[in-house]
Design a protein around this ligand. Sequence first.
Ligand code: CP
Length: 309
Amino acid sequence: HRHLLGIEPLAPMDITTLLDLADDYVTLNRTAKHSETLAGLTQINMFFENSTRTQASFEIAGKRLGADVMNMAMQASSIKKGETLIDTAMTLNAMHPDLLVVRHPQSGAVDLLAQKVNCAVLNAGDGRHEHPTQALLDALTIRRAKGRLHRLSIAICGDIAHSRVARSNIMLLGKMENRIRLIAPPTLMPSGIKEFGVEVFDNMAEGLKDVDVVMMLRLQKERMDGGFIPSEREYYHRFGLDSEKLAHAKPDAIVMHPGPMNRGVEIDGTLADDINRSVIQEQVEMGVAVRMAAMDLLAQNLRAERAAA
Ligand code: CP
């Protein structure tokens, strides 16, 4: 693959290859913390939407692999003077970057940009469409915690309708032959989602029954564009994960959240901090390793393509 734009075009073998390499990078990150894998390559991070985890981990990942990393301060860029996304991308492309990491509020914007530039593009989240490195880091976290990434029962709970994290995870976990249960109020469940081979619930007790993994999602009010916004109190009562609701899952079920987390809205703060159940900090650690693996593999392809030209 030239780019990493989504989980949709990936084969199970692509996913396994990337996760195996990411496992090696977990070891590197806990020891030497440096390699020269991306030496001589230029990585530009363009975040048109807020980020803590994704932006920081892509920057750390590039630096640990020896790339020259530049973070574009989009708030201070000429986008504010009316320059279009494509003109901005073409301008940066003329500076010969090798890896462009892009987050954008519009679904499809990163795919469009990838068609215009001659370097590798990594989607760091586009609208409600995809967040492939998040799904990959979730997969690595699950694989390390459960010892496998197939035939698990996985619940994804909360604001599925507005979530690119849910969309990428549904595709990835489905490709790896897991059983996926979606739990959400009907207003936050996308129509037609059953086509993805998932089971749908609007009740936590039923949906969490005997699952191995519980993945919580944030209420994404910024994407509700004037539509129905549930009251946080009512939402927490019915759909917020606490130890009482978690008791319906398997006794060794793990609790995940991609972040940013709203404590007391979709998850009880004490449970989120419970290191016997929550793997939220492991997810962040895996995020650096997965992004290193993704950039390593794309750089290998880019170098091969350039050598053949
Ligand atoms: N999970 C995630 O994408 O977090 P950020 O928005 O902080 O990058």
